[in-house]
Design a protein around this ligand. Structure first.
Ligand code: 9MR
Length: 567
């Protein structure tokens, strides 16, 4: 009989490819230094190893040991057992071990607006369509009024994905989300061509990822004002809904003021989508051209309106109703110019876009986030390095060098850190949505791997996947439905209101957030160490919400690692 699993042995609860580094982090000071890998029924010892002493956790100062069983490569389901400490949650060793987690791309299907999710596709989480009427009758908020579209008139803006645990739809956050998913497809088309998610479009000839992305793309297109090319910042209720199912959320919806960040993120996504869907012209006639037209119009609007920020407080001083939902209030749009310029340039090969992107190979790259998309432009240029005009070609070696340098900086010191992950280099990694920090670091490492072909980058990326699936200071797998101790109570309205015990699967919790307690005031936070502030409760929106911009880098990372597992 195996001992009861305890949470002091922290490892990737999904599992490991046979030939990779396999680590468990042990919190505590066991008297004996022997550890065992056993079959998951606890009956048979398959591997015996010695715990490695490690310096205490750099944030909490807790004593740490490492169980390294990398040399054990036999397929099966196992646990790690440490006498005097306990037994880990079970995990597998096998090829394709993260294939199911990669299918968490289906998490986006569960976020779809304007459509029923029938049992056939959604299983026990089936539900009626949300916002089926409201999003066909979206009001122009006074902040968005124009001569052609006065306040109170209506537009139709259905489809899209709910942003997160709330039911609103935000262009800025859709921007990086879509860019990341489209990049995943551009980097690993063969992998995604073979993937089936069991969504309504699975029977068509188009890869499921592109069918899913199209659901949100069609919504995004409706957010552009055809009269001037500007893009509304968001489509939203005046205030957040209660914890109700989407079909019960029927309050009026508004599009609010246009912003430069929204227009440029929109332009970037549309330019990229135009490139990607060009190969599917037969399936979606005219789509690629429409996307490019939309991108160019949004770009031209931005040139005339180069710095219009979305400032909700000042809007609320002037107009009613007051809007209190998420702001995604980016204060600096220079990075959006870079990303949109790079995407438009690669799609059109027109040098004026490249010039406007202001690529600077002397500056350091920055980890992508909804507010910081500069580096996405550099990835795009490197990815399309074979198809550049001389204007960009001259910078290509510098761009590649920057990406590799960025990855090297991320990797530096990983081996000395107690959790041996790139994630957690500094306290600053544990922000709102820290899971996406880990996933985006993983993407940066994959980009470097593609350029430099050095396996150290892959190993670093895999370490961050291990982090997300359990090798972290709270010992949780942050992906709903994956791992024996995974997030169960995300701040996600359908998961709260549907009466089903398990949360909607394939959604990534925002994860540990050093400042969560002051941000959401959910009672119950006990930990103070930055790497431990996490609460698996639905009131904890600052540490336990889900969001599309966190799911997308996770999908990129896990899919890339599946695609590259034999390298
Ligand atoms: O992801 C966003 C995070 O970076 C911000 O710190 C936080 C507070 O402004 O908002 C997060 O985004 C939320 C958005 O405003 C509304 N939908 C849910 C998002 C995830 O919590």
């Amino acid at each position: 009989q195996a001992q009861q699993p305890v949470n002091t042995i922290q490892l990737n609860q999904v599992g490991f490819y046979p030939s990779v580094e396999k680590l468990a982090v042990v919190v505590g000071e066991p008297k004996e230094s022997t550890f065992y890998v056993k079959t998951s029924d606890g009956k048979k010892i398959v591997f015996t190893g010695k715990l490695t002493a490690s310096k205490p956790n750099e944030f909490s100062q807790k004593p740490i040991r490492i169980a390294d069983f990398s040399s054990f490569k036999t397929n099966g389901t196992y646990v790690v057992e440490i006498p005097g400490i306990g037994t880990s949650y079970p995990f597998q060793i096998q090829r394709d071990v993260h294939k199911a987690a990669a299918a968490s791309l289906k998490g986006f299907y569960y976020q779809r607006v304007s459509t029923d999710l029938p049992e056939k596709y959604a299983g026990k989480w089936h539900r009626p369509a949300g916002h089926a009427t409201t999003d066909n009758q979206v009001l122009i908020h006074p902040s968005a009024a124009s001569a052609q579209r006065p306040a109170g008139t209506m537009i139709s803006a259905p489809r899209g994905w709910y942003d997160a645990g709330d039911y609103n739809k935000y262009i800025v956050n859709s921007g990086i989300t879509m860019g990341t998913l489209l990049a995943a497809y551009e980097d690993f088309p063969e992998y995604f061509k073979a993937q089936k998610l069991t969504i309504p479009e699975s029977a068509n000839q188009v890869p499921d990822i592109l069918d899913e992305v199209l659901w949100n793309l069609r919504w995004m297109l409706t957010m552009q004002d055809p009269n001037d090319g500007g893009v509304y910042h968001k489509l939203t209720n005046a205030a957040f809904d209660g914890m109700i199912m989407p079909d019960k959320a029927v309050k009026p919806r508004y599009v609010v003021q246009k912003s430069t960040a929204a227009a440029l993120d929109f332009a970037a996504v549309m330019a990229q989508a135009s490139r990607v869907y060009k190969n599917f012209n037969r399936d979606f006639p005219g789509l690629s051209d429409s996307c490019l037209n939309a991108a160019v119009k949004a770009w031209e609007w931005s040139q005339k309106n180069p710095n219009i920020l979305y400032e909700q407080e000042s809007i609320n001083k002037q107009f009613d109703p007051k809007i209190t939902t998420g702001t995604y209030g980016d204060r600096n749009v220079s990075d959006e110019w870079t990303w949109a310029g790079a995407e438009l340039y690669v799609t059109t090969k027109k040098d004026n876009y490249y010039t406007a992107a202001k690529i600077n190979t002397a500056n350091e790259l920055v980890l992508p986030s909804w507010a910081q998309v500069k580096t996405l432009g550099y990835y795009t240029l490197a990815r399309n390095g074979k198809n550049l005009t001389p204007a960009a070609q001259k910078d290509l070696p510098g761009i590649k060098k920057q990406i590799i340098q960025f990855a090297d900086d991320l990797l530096a010191g990983t081996a000395e850190r107690t959790y041996r992950t790139v994630m957690g280099k500094s306290e600053k990694d544990y922000i709102w949505g820290s899971s996406a920090v880990a996933a985006n670091q993983g993407i940066a490492l994959i980009q470097a791997y593609k350029l430099a072909n050095n396996k150290k980058y892959l190993q670093g990326a895999l370490g961050n996947l291990d982090y997300l699936l359990g090798r972290n200071a709270v010992g949780y797998s942050f992906l709903t439905g994956f791992g024996e101790k995974s997030t169960l109570h995300p701040h996600h309205r359908p998961s709260i209101a549907d009466g089903i015990e398990e949360p909607v699967p394939g959604l990534l919790s925002g994860g540990t957030n050093a400042r969560a307690k002051e941000q959401d005031k959910c009672p119950g936070y006990a930990a103070t160490s930055p790497d431990e502030v996490y609460l698996d409760q639905d009131c904890s929106y600052a540490s336990n919400e889900i969001a599309i911009n966190w799911n997308s880098p996770f999908v990129y990372l896990v899919s890339a690692l599946e695609a590259l597992q034999n390298q």
